[in-house]
Ligand binder design. Structure first.
Ligand SMILES: [Zn+2]
Length: 442
């Protein structure tokens, strides 16, 4: 392999890694084959940092392909197949190594392109893709857990001419014999899959500031993130649950939506593991003061994806089992460990995940309801809030003030939950440290 071609892949990796419409946080990965060696991005690192640090790991291509052919579980533990003679950095390969290995082309680029995801989460994705990708040698792969199940599904659909994979509820894979070819194909496919973006109303910053009082939440610096909640269609999509893997990995399953008049501190009181983001329908979002770049990037991804989904489109949400397998899967545990650990962290407690999203998911999933008009939106905002666990347990649901001042009972409850919140911080924390390269060999 020429060093020029390798460097071209590094340049492309850094460029797409810096584009939030293609890659968010540590998601997405690139690879190049050199004989029996597959150089692939390391798990947990950001493509955006490809030029600043060594992010590529050498894997034995033949061994990975043999494991897939034999249905051997080692196929999804790519670190077993690292070529130790070439490995210098002690990193683990991407959890999506099998996807790259199964593509016969030399260069493979996998992105979580928001245009692709906005279509790939729809119930009618296959029909839309057939129109948009006319003339392209592509395969649509319905959602499977990344790892061996996804590898099996790709293996079953591969043909020698296929250079594009659309991964249902996940993203896009393009491949070419050169970096330039893969780059051009990526641009072409993203343009073909582009959809109009629905503009979001501006946030009610004054109301959000009041709702954040006394809590561990704050307004995000990037005001476009409020679009997750100021646009009620986006909020309704959020209420349905999780749509793609990295949402679950970085933000947890689904979203937590405030009840009418409920403040952030009140939400913290009722949640054993307050999530990194809270949605306030019609007003905007609050994020944890300790939020890391990864969850922030995935919040931006949600806004970008949801605002490209037409009103009333039927969507395929993850089931609770699919959420759980993403969070409990060994390779994901590794990512989470990388995420969680920092120089000062010796906390071995596994991340706990809050519950309470299921009822929102069931309310939305596959209901195929008609398009809501503008006049219906205020009513929908109320309905979203009414369905939240907090409001279900209340008589009126709106008797509390929005100033968020904590009373004595609330303070006691917060003290009780403090330990568990600490566990949550462990889960979301650490991406910045991981990206900077501290714990490379977890
Ligand atoms: Zn992916």
């Amino acid at each position: 392999m020429s060093s020029t071609e390798y460097q071209a892949l590094i340049d492309l990796s850094a460029r797409i890694g810096a584009d939030p419409a293609l890659v968010q946080a540590a998601g997405g990965n690139t690879s190049i084959k050199d004989g029996d060696t597959l150089w692939i991005k390391a798990s947990g690192l950001w493509l955006a940092h490809a030029k600043e640090r060594d992010v590529m790991v050498p894997v034995k291509l033949g061994a990975i392909l043999e494991a897939v052919a034999k249905d051997d579980p080692s196929a999804e533990k790519a670190h077993v197949h690292v070529d130790q003679a070439l490995a210098k950095n002690g990193l683990r390969p991407s959890i999506e190594t099998t996807v790259h290995a199964l593509m016969p082309q030399k260069v493979v680029v996998h992105v979580h392109c928001v245009e692709t995801i906005a279509l790939a989460v729809r119930a009618d994705a296959e029909q839309i893709l057939a129109e948009r990708l006319k003339g392209v040698a592509y395969a649509f792969v319905p959602y499977c857990r990344p790892g061996l199940p996804l590898a099996r599904a790709i293996h079953a659909r591969m043909r020698p001419d296929i250079s594009v994979l659309i991964l249902g509820n996940h993203g896009l894979v393009v491949a070419g014999e050169t970096v330039a070819e893969a780059d051009a194909l990526l641009t072409d496919i993203c343009q073909r899959l582009a959809s109009p973006r629905r503009p979001a109303p501006v946030a009610d910053l004054a109301a959000l500031s009041r709702l954040a009082l006394d809590s561990s939440y704050m307004l995000p610096a990037n005001e476009s993130l409020h679009g997750a909640a100021t646009d009620l269609e986006n909020c309704r999509i959020a209420a349905g649950g999780s749509l793609y893997p990295d949402h679950v990995i970085f933000l947890g399953p689904g979203f937590m939506i405030a009840a009418p008049g409920e403040s952030a501190v009140e939400m913290e009181d009722r949640l054993s593991n307050p999530p990194p983001v809270l949605l306030f329908p019609g007003k905007g979002v609050l994020v944890k003061k300790a939020i890391e770049p990864g969850p922030l990037a995935l919040l931006g991804c949600f806004v970008d994806v949801a605002s490209r989904i037409p009103e009333g489109a039927r969507l395929g949400y993850f089931t609770p089992e699919q959420n759980a397998e993403l969070l409990g899967w060994d390779a994901e545990k590794y990512r989470q460990e990388l995420n969680k650990r920092g120089p000062a962290s010796n906390d071995p407690a596994p991340a706990r995940h809050w519950s309470g999203y299921g009822h929102l998911g069931r309310a939305r999933r596959g209901d195929g309801r008609g398009r809501p008009g503008c006049r219906q939106r205020r009513r929908q905002a109320f309905e979203l809030q009414r369905r939240s666990p907090r409001s279900r347990g209340m008589a009126g649901g709106d008797a509390r003030g929005v100033d968020g001042r904590a009373g004595r009972d609330r303070s006691q409850r917060r003290r009780r939950h403090r330990g568990r919140r600490h566990v949550w911080h462990g889960f979301t924390g650490g991406w910045k440290r991981a990206a900077a390269g501290a714990p490379d060999d977890v």
